[in-house]
Design a binder for this molecule. Sequence first.
Ligand code: ZN
Length: 106
Amino acid sequence: MDQTTTARRVITKDEYEEACRRVHVASRLSGEGVANVVAAALSAVGVLTPPLRPDELEPGCCTAQAADDHGYWLQCGEDPGHAGESHGDGDFGWTDEYADAIPPQD
Ligand SMILES: [Zn+2]
């Protein structure tokens, strides 16, 4: 573990309760269980996991990414170079101005 001189942050009771709530929800989801639980817990206290690497992106789709309310990184499902600044995966939509968004990369 990285030994830094920065003290760890003590989260608030509300943050802790929100993290527990989100982990409870995430733990019932199928798929990459542990990764989803970690993402949900970190997101609840204002931290995001690393975005999708270029080799993890779906080929043939727009490369814009955004983290949803659960801290899960989503890739835009539209065609590369599509018109407009709106992106989405069908359930979650965002623009390049969304705080937790990464605009399309070339
Ligand atoms: Zn897009």
